[in-house]
Every structure is written in C-alpha cells, then in structure tokens.
Design a protein around this ligand. Structure first.
Ligand SMILES: [Zn+2]
Length: 203
C-alpha cells in the first residue's frame, strides 16, 4: 500500500524537496528521482503522518539537539499523542525513525537533553544502562577538563563548567547521590551547589 512521503533536503533541514507516493522510504527516493526531482545525497523522507510529528520538532544540524517545540512536561520530556496515547516525544521519534521499542527497554539520550528528538542522539537501553551511561559521561567530562581528575580521585575538585551541568542534572530529577557519584564529590557538595550555597557566581 502506498502512502505519501515528504522528502527533505537533509536529515536536519526543513527544506521540502517534493512529496511523492510510495510503499517505503527507499522507494520514495526512487519515485522522486523518476519524477525528475534531483535529490541531494543526504535527502530524508517522512511518511505524511510522521511529518506532523516532525513539524513540532526544531530540526537542526545532524549533530545538534532537536528540541520538541510544544508541551514539555516538568520533568523535561516532550509530550505528544501518538497512536491514541500520550507518549514522550523522544520515544515517538524513535518509533518513527528506528521502529518498535522492545519490551523492557527505554529510549535514552546520549545528549542528556530530555526534550531532544534527534534520532542520532537516542539509543535503547535498560535503566541500569542509563545509570552507567551517566557515570561514563561524568568521568569523560572530567577527563576532558582535567586529565588528572576523575575516578582516581575520591574527592575530585570541581571546575566552573561542572556547575551548570550539576544543576541541570539535579533539575532533571537525578538524585544528589547519583550526581555526587558521577562527579566524585560528596552529596553535601552537590546539595550546596544546587541550593546555590556554593558557586553562587556561576549562573
Ligand atoms: Zn540531543
């Protein structure tokens, strides 16, 4: 059965090249070419119902975060209605781009931005993977800012760049203990940073 596809210039672009009827993505590209449209190498096709979803996403460059534009809940996740139920917008992005989400798995963010719907920032994992990923990222950010710090130091010293990161993690509901683990500092230190009793000068 054929459905309408909308073909865009590239994955991150809002630049519509053509609409065409086809059975799947690959044949949408073929049909478009047969109809005389010149498709750039990175052209990207959406089924028409999906196009309504992507219209609410601020699609940017392939490596940037694509934020859900409407209805973001307190916990930071985008909200949308898909197949007759409320779902996180990142989950719908996965469903549309990558296919079904296996039972027991979560759609996780590489970028830690919960309202982000860029399929290349999403991956499947368990709750345990999620925690391990956060720890790995915490260590990595330390390694980037100061190679001496990190897991080798029980009481690591924070740098200014860590402060907004810590406040953001806390605001997104991650416990002080987990944040403390990630950054290798005490829970009290995390509390004081979040409550702005320390590092007050950092926004
Ligand atoms: Zn992102």
């Amino acid at each position: 059965m054929k459905t309408r596809y909308l073909v865009y210039r590239s994955k991150g672009s809002q630049d519509l090249i053509c609409t065409t009827d086809a059975t799947d993505k690959a044949s949408a590209y073929k049909t478009a070419r047969r109809n005389g449209f010149i498709l750039p190498a990175g052209a990207w096709a959406f089924r028409e119902p999906e196009a309504h979803f992507w219209a609410n996403v601020d699609r940017r460059g392939p490596d940037e975060c694509w934020l859900w534009n409407v209805s973001v809940s307190n916990n930071g996740y985008g909200n949308t209605r898909h197949e007759k139920r409320q779902q996180g917008s990142h989950r719908v992005a996965w469903l549309l781009e990558r296919g079904p989400i296996p039972k027991g798995l979560l759609v996780l963010h590489r970028c830690d931005v919960r309202a982000c719907c860029n399929p290349s920032h999403l991956f499947l994992g368990t709750l345990a993977d999620n925690m391990a990923d956060m720890v790995a990222k915490g260590r990595q950010s330390h390694a980037n800012t100061n190679p001496v710090r990190g897991s080798a130091h029980v009481q690591a010293k924070l740098v200014e760049e860590d402060i907004p990161h810590i406040r953001r993690l806390s605001a997104s509901g991650i416990s002080s203990q987990n944040i403390a683990n990630i950054f290798g500092v005490s829970r009290t230190a995390v509390y004081q940073i979040v409550e702005r009793k320390r590092w007050k000068h950092v926004a």
